[in-house]
Write a protein that binds this ligand. Structure first.
Ligand code: LRH
Ligand code: MN
Length: 400
């Protein structure tokens, strides 16, 4: 075994802890990749198409399977409807199975159709609200046929100017429509409610923060849970505290992992603030979120960076953040916290964060039949070049 790995093993053994515990947890880690991040994406200024971008949901699954083959922990793929709508839903489910994948959360799209200019479930026009609810019902039927256990709902709904619409009337419309959606869920299916502070609405967003989403979920029932997208908060918000609070309320349903410096930048998770990602995973371990069915989905848009390599790097960053969080010396931390030894407690967390877990994660991946060094393997095995050749013709998939 590599020095790094032995060092970590020795460190845990010295304090009567067992590296096997950590390795078992890492082997069980599951990350869900988003179909829409494999296609072309951009900003309002430009979309820079990339050679080899998938042209349909089947090719998106092939790319997801490559990420899973190399990392070993990404066997679930979230879909977005209608971007991933297909004639033969059974064929898509079968293809996923052949590729060793499961279909994850189904994301209805209630933000692009022209009729949603003034909102979808919150729109003043009852006809538009009806269409929006119908679309979610269609997504529930597709989810059931694909074996998916979750509808993941993000609403762009909001207003741009004070007075544009009644905030309380919009709330009543929202809750009424969500009740319809909730009662249309198939048995065992959950509803994930994603909030976002702003954009595309620039004055008031109907589901703007965790409190707004939690209140809505509590109105619906225990199969409605809150989804935390890391890029959807005001600057400076303590996301790990929201995680602790939502899990404590039994309402933490899932994540959309990414990173940002300014707005909803959808950058590679841990690329801007890796310590925040570590703090979030530390909180997740603390509250036992890995044993309570929380969904760990990525939501990024790789506008200029090579898409597949970016997704592989993302899964590695999530694996390493989890490994560091699992290495926190709980016994020492509990003691330091009980004694009010502030700096000792903080140093215990920082010590875990500063531990090089890459050899440990490489060993775990190898144990799962995946690659010790997925980026090097990906660059060496020529998947990107083959895809670019195979997908020369036709139109690449994107956010349209
Ligand atoms: C909105 C969002 C939402 C998705 C979209 C792709 O910003 O985070 O989760 O539907 O990105
Ligand atoms: Mn999201």
């Amino acid at each position: 075994m590599s020095l790094g790995h032995d060092l970590v093993a020795q460190k845990l053994a010295d304090r009567g802890d067992d590296l096997g515990r950590v390795e078992a947890a890492l082997r069980a880690q599951e990350v869900e990749t988003p179909s829409w991040a494999y296609g072309n994406s951009g900003t309002r200024f430009a979309v820079f198409a990339q050679p080899g971008a998938p042209r349909n949901p089947f090719e998106k699954l092939e790319d997801a399977a490559e990420v899973n083959r190399l990392t070993g922990i990404a066997s679930s793929v979230a879909l977005h409807i209608p971007w991933d709508k297909v004639e033969d839903v059974n064929a898509l489910r079968e293809r996923a199975g052949e590729l060793g994948l499961r279909i994850g959360a189904i994301n209805p799209n209630l933000f692009q159709a022209p009729e949603y200019k003034l909102g979808s479930l919150c729109n003043p026009d009852p006809g538009v609200r009806r269409h929006a609810v119908e679309h979610v019902r269609d997504c529930i039927a597709i989810a059931a046929r694909l074996g998916s256990g979750a509808i993941s709902l993000w609403l762009a709904d909001g207003t741009n100017y004070p007075g544009q619409d009644s905030l309380s009337a919009r709330r009543r419309r929202l809750v009424d429509a969500l009740h319809e959606v909730y009662h249309a869920l198939e048995d065992g299916m959950e509803l994930l409610v994603e909030y976002k502070l702003y954009e595309p609405a620039f004055y008031a967003t109907d589901l703007a923060d965790w409190g707004s989403a939690l209140l809505a979920c509590q109105e619906l029932g225990d199969r409605a849970k809150v989804l935390v997208d890391l890029g959807h908060h005001a600057q400076g918000v303590n996301i790990e505290q929201i995680v602790s609070l939502l899990h404590g309320a039994g309402a933490l349903g899932g994540f959309h992992f990414n990173d940002r410096k300014y707005g909803d930048d959808d950058l590679i998770v841990g690329s801007i603030d890796p310590f925040q990602l570590f703090r979030i995973f530390f909180e997740l371990v603390e509250v036992g979120a890995f044993e309570s069915g929380v969904r760990f989905t990525i939501d990024q848009s790789h506008n200029i960076e090579p898409k597949l390599e970016a997704m592989i790097q993302t899964v590695l960053n999530l694996q390493e953040a989890y490994a560091k969080a699992l290495l926190v010396d709980r016994v020492a931390l509990d003691r330091a916290q009980a004694e009010g030894d502030i700096l000792a407690a903080n140093r215990i967390l920082v010590d875990a964060y500063n531990t090089d877990v890459r050899p440990l994660c490489a060993k775990v991946r190898e144990g799962l039949g995946a690659s010790r060094d997925p980026i090097a393997s990906f660059r060496a095995d020529g998947y990107a070049e083959r895809a670019a050749q195979a997908r020369l013709h036709g139109t690449a998939a994107g956010w349209t």
